[in-house]
Ligand binder design. Sequence first.
Ligand code: FAD
Length: 395
Amino acid sequence: GRRVVVVGAGMAGVQTAVALREQGFRGAVTLIGAEPHQPYDRPPLSKAVLLGKAEGSAFEVDFESLGVELRLGCEALGVRPAEHELDTEAGPVPYDVLVLATGAEPVLLPGTEGVPGVHLLRTLDDAERLRPVLARQHEVVVVGAGWIGAEFATAAREAGCEVTVVEAADRPLAGALPAEVAAPMARWYADAGAQLRTHARVERVEPGAVLIADGTRLPAGAVVVGIGARPATGWLAGSGIGLGPHGEVLADAHLRAGVEDVYAVGDCASFPSARYGERLLVHHWDNALQGPRTVAANIMGETPAVYDPVPYFWSEQFGRFVQYAGHHAGADRLVWRGDPAGPAWTVCWLRGDRLVALLAVGRPRDLAQGRRLIEAGRSMDAQALSDPGRPLKDA
Ligand code: FAD
């Protein structure tokens, strides 16, 4: 039978192996991962694992009974597509089909490499290094008010740390949400007893302090950097596999990587979305669950399956459950459902009269119904939509 080799043993790699077996693939499946740990899930790292409420977050997958060969602690170094060979630390690995699922790696704050007390939060090792920081209740400075920064700040406040979040932009989540939507979310920091400093560019990090461009010196027992992540694709340089502006593999609508018998899925790849009329690079868990099903179907099937999901993610921050579905652009029209100063509200994005995205805070029913409405592409009445008492599906 054919041999499928999957590179990267995170959510997308593991789900590819699982989906292949679920869909009846009988050939060999080898899953190769750089980290030494049993494959694990990342979302708990900034939540239960960080707070010590869960020991770890290993996937409950029995690789042996699935007939999946796991090679952990083994980094892939390159691909030679013409020879159908992957090069790894442990030597070359031949494949019939290769799946790239190497995820993303956090962006480093320039000049902080090797500075003691500066942390990232991407891996289980990172989370384990951060646990004692929380336990010692240090003064913590978080650089970046994105999703990770907000979740880390939440956990650190819960652990009793003093928390300052510094953000270069004028608001939290500046890359993801418009000012109008970010404004009520910015207030959550203060409500939780964390200090949010916007327009605050880090000049330098010294042992024990963070220096801001305006001259402020913030004492810091620890610094946590959450300023984004980039696809982990440096190892593909020179392979002939095309990379996009963020270093992502430019997959096609079938998640093929542009060279024969190679696919790419999860955080490491972008794909063209006909639904949204643009290429999407999604760094969220649900994409690493759904994409692998398409990859497995395309490895198995004769008629290529198209990957064009309604993206979805959630975040747990400052005691709120935040969910987002779809994809919006700057020109889309905002419609509010409920009072953004209150504990639960939703904001919808309309393109023409169609719902293209929504953000729901503490309103999981809106999210579930909205996600289906986006999928169906149904026309909506903006006036009815703005009434939070009326079910979204009846608007
Ligand atoms: P990854 O999980 O990054 O896995 C890739 C794996 O490949 C890694 O283990 C890496 O070591 C390995 N690898 C890389 N290069 C090589 C190589 N050359 N050779 C071999 N192996 C290699 N999303 C949500 O929707 N909601 C959340 O609440 C949420 N919380 C998160 C919290 C944290 C702390 C983090 C870090 C992420 C969170 N995410 C969340 C995002 C979500 O976890 C990711 O989208 C998901 O993990 C992507 O899966 P992946 O398999 O594509 O990549």
